[in-house]
Design a protein around this ligand. Structure first.
Ligand code: KIV
Ligand code: ZN
Length: 402
């Protein structure tokens, strides 16, 4: 097994992200997001759960054919550990140059007793058989023991060993209900590295939910202990409190790369990026996902929230004007914002307005643009400076809430 040079970013916005109330996307919207995820540079797109519905199947299949090119990302479909699920997933990803089947079965006592009504040895046998079955369709098979965060570690080691022996090339460790703390999750990954005899034949991946707001912190501890694939979503959308947020993980690994370098297990230049992500596409991707899913981004959200680079207090403003590093740990340009957010005013024309909205990820129709432009002029008359955040509010108020 070739070990990855960088941390692999597996985006599940279109699968786990879409699994949150109200975030349903149609096929064209999914395709548009997948294209943007490819521009962002994610390594793998989990494009959906092909067996879930004909619409999901079609979306995965279209994304596989259109975005899953030779140079593009790997396209993955989720599948329960069942023949029919796996066969449908295989069918959906077959148009991709590189396709992955991600199959899963729960391993925690509570899931075995109440949900699956199966014994531990039955679960091991199913995992082994289904990984081997998935392997008949593609070499790239990922296996997840669902609810690993609450599973008995000794049982987990056995399941993982058998899944790898059956051909899993990635083993993903989900903290399905966001229950673990960073030190516990780090220790879980360490335990897996030390106790699963064939672990070197697979990549260790992590997947986590934000029920206690700890998903990103958990992942960073996992990286320190050997995880090399991170499963995340744009803006952290997903089941319940959501998934680990891609933008937070990527920027933490970027801003603190010198801190994380020693954990990669190979010599790394101090300025070398730890992921393949083009960070300058982050803001645009965040805007696109927010506007297509209708899930607003909270203003104080790290990295992509409206206040993430805004300075309100006099002391902070004074400091930043003297030297930005006093109160900024990263440059706004790094995520694709203009450094100077104060670019449009009452003298600006429609073209500048349209161009900036496009840069921010808003694709408006002519009618919407006209409406937003009228509002922009009204606001510009009252305010000296119109920031990106004002523009976003104008679009949200005038168009998306209409
Ligand atoms: O949260 C979870 O356990 C999942 C699995 C299907 C990986 O989404
Ligand atoms: Zn999940």
């Amino acid at each position: 097994m070739n070990k990855p040079e960088r941390i692999i970013i597996f985006d599940t916005t279109l699968r786990d992200g879409e699994q949150c109330p109200g975030a349903t996307l149609n096929i064209d919207e999914k395709l548009a997001i997948a294209k943007q995820l490819a521009r962002l540079g994610v390594d793998i797109i989990e494009a959906g759960f092909a067996f879930a519905s004909p619409g999901d199947f079609e979306a995965v299949s279209k994304i596989a054919q259109t975005v899953g090119t030779e140079e593009g990302p790997v396209i993955c479909s989720l599948a329960r550990a069942r023949h029919d699920d796996i066969k449908t997933a295989a069918e959906a990803i077959k148009g991709a140059a590189r396709g992955r089947i991600h199959t899963f079965i729960a391993t925690s006592d509570i899931h075995l007793q109440y949900k699956l009504k199966k014994t531990k040895s039955e679960v091991i046998a199913i995992a082994e058989e289904m990984v081997a079955y998935a392997k008949t369709f593609t070499n790239d098979v990922e296996f997840s023991p669902e609810d690993a965060g609450r599973s008995d570690p000794e049982f987990l080691y056995q399941v993982l060993e058998r899944a790898i022996a059956a051909g899993a090339t990635t083993v993903n460790i989900p903290d399905t209900v966001g229950y673990t703390t960073p030190s516990e999750f780090g220790a879980l990954i360490k335990g897996i590295k030390e106790n699963v005899p064939n672990i070197d034949q697979a990549i260790i991946s992590v997947h986590g939910h934000n029920d206690l707001g700890l998903a990103v912190a958990n992942f960073l501890e996992a990286v320190k202990n050997g995880a090399r694939q991170l499963e995340c979503t744009i803006n952290g959308i997903g089941e319940r409190a959501g998934n680990a947020a891609l933008e937070e993980l990527v920027m933490a690994l970027h801003v603190r790369r010198q801190y994380f370098n020693p954990f990669l297990g190979r010599p790394v230049e101090s300025e070398e990026p730890l992921t393949n992500i083009d960070t300058r596409q982050i803001y645009k991707t965040s805007r696109q996902v927010s506007s297509l899913t209708g899930m607003l981004v909270q203003p104080n959200k790290a990295i992509v929230g409206a206040n993430a680079f805004a300075h309100e207090s006099g002391i902070h403003q004074d400091g930043v004007l003297k030297n930005k590093l006093t109160y900024e740990i990263m440059d706004a340009q790094l995520i694709g914002l203009t450094d100077n957010q104060i670019v449009l005013g009452k003298h600006s024309g429609r073209n500048a307005f349209r161009t900036r909205l496009k840069e921010l990820g808003f694709e408006l129709s002519e009618t919407e643009l006209n409406k937003a432009f009228v509002r922009f002029k009204e606001v510009a008359d009252k305010k000296k400076e119109i920031s990106d955040w004002d523009l976003e509010a104008i679009v949200n108020d005038e168009i998306q809430q209409a």
